[in-house]
Design a protein around this ligand. Structure first.
Ligand code: MRU
Length: 352
């Protein structure tokens, strides 16, 4: 499978399939999603993960898990679909794309006129639109992002904001793919990203497949590679950006941002507009997902990684304060501080 063929969520021959990312890089296996429980578990257990990909999965998931409804009228169908949306949205709290995609689907249904079978078709085509828009938006972010990078640069990334996390190309990895097509010869450093190893298992995997020069490091090595002078820019994704420019992303992102500032290295956050939550004022208002401590203490080795019963604390995300972010790259352009003002201008400029 070449990187361009690695599609995290697909709808083919009437089937919704997701690539089980919890098995990568060992096994490339697609799972069919049929029920709301399938979707909920796939998102909760990170079989599909990454903010935009979660949104795409939720949208198709809403369609497949309601398409066999026996409702005869829209009046009966709408509450059934709403109940499913209310269930799926609870799978993970931090990435805003989950609620964004489901609300968008519900809004379309609420204003739809026609019979139930047309409404089901409309839900499928709206999910298709969300997927296609995400793919286009990632491509544009790649183009904008590439204007900030130069051939031969050393680039550090954290977690996975690549093709596996989106419909295609990724957000922060998109400029790396576009640059590689132009022989930019980037040297990418991928933080392994404890505890679930998205950097090691997913970023290193997809970049290697694409022929990108990638070096895997442990999270606690970011400082030394910066000190060595090997890093010219940091690129990361985002799960939810507040109206003031504070951005939640995978746990450890804020530490990388603080280090980058110390070493005078630009820190770029790639944020599709579907990930900007204008209703959330600051990063303090973003709900951070807490996950099972076993992910830290016993997940990856055959033997326990810590004494039995040890106390754990396992937040899945942290918030990088806006003041550490050199620029926010969206599909509609690059935004710089003051973020509160400039994110609002972006919204006013691009609202349809
Ligand atoms: O827990 P995950 O793997 O879903 O976390 C993913 C991230 O933090 C990504 O960086 C973020 O969703 C942006 S993906 C384009």
């Amino acid at each position: 499978m070449k990187v361009s063929e690695v599609v995290p969520v697909k709808f083919v021959g009437g089937k919704m399939l997701i690539l089980d990312q919890s098995k990568l890089p060992g096994e490339e296996k697609y799972l069919e999603m049929e029920t709301k429980e399938d979707i909920y578990v796939a998102i909760k257990k990170l079989k599909v993960r990454g903010a935009p990909a979660i949104g795409v999965a939720a949208a198709y998931g809403l369609y497949v898990s309601t398409r066999h409804s026996h409702a005869k009228t829209l009046k009966e169908f709408r509450p059934e679909v709403k109940e499913v949306a209310d269930y799926i949205v609870k799978a993970r709290p931090t990435a805003v794309n989950l609620s964004w995609a489901l609300s968008r689907m519900m809004d379309r249904l609420d204003t739809f006129n026609g019979d139930v079978s047309d409404a089901k078709q409309m839900l499928l085509s709206e999910a298709d639109k969300i997927r296609v828009e995400d793919e286009n938006s990632c491509h544009k972010m790649g183009e904008y992002g590439l204007t900030l990078l130069k051939p031969g640069m050393g680039i550090l990334t954290h977690c996975n904001a690549g093709t596996l996390a989106t419909a295609k190309y990724g957000t922060s990895l998109a400029p790396i793919y576009l640059g590689t097509e132009k022989n930019y010869d980037f040297k990418v450093f991928a933080d392994e990203t404890r505890p679930l190893l998205q950097g090691a298992r997913l970023t290193a995997w997809e970049l290697t497949k694409a022929g990108v020069d990638v070096t895997l490091i442990c999270d606690n090595m970011a400082s030394i590679v910066m000190k060595n002078g090997w890093i010219d820019a940091v690129v990361v994704g985002c799960d939810r950006m507040a109206a003031n420019g504070d951005g939640a992303n995978k746990i450890g992102t804020s530490a990388v941002a603080i280090l980058a500032k110390e070493y005078g290295i630009p820190f770029y956050m790639f944020v599709p507009t579907s990930t900007i939550d204008y209703d959330t004022k600051t990063g303090d208002d973003i709900q951070i997902e807490l996950r099972d401590g076993k992910e830290i203490s016993e997940m990856w080795y055959k033997q326990p990684m810590a004494p039995q019963g040890v106390k754990t604390y396992n937040p899945s995300f942290d918030v990088t304060p806006a003041r550490y972010i050199t620029a926010v790259i969206t599909e509609n352009g690059i935004v710089r501080a003051p973020y509160e003002e400039n994110l609002l201008k972006l919204k006013e400029r691009t609202v349809k």
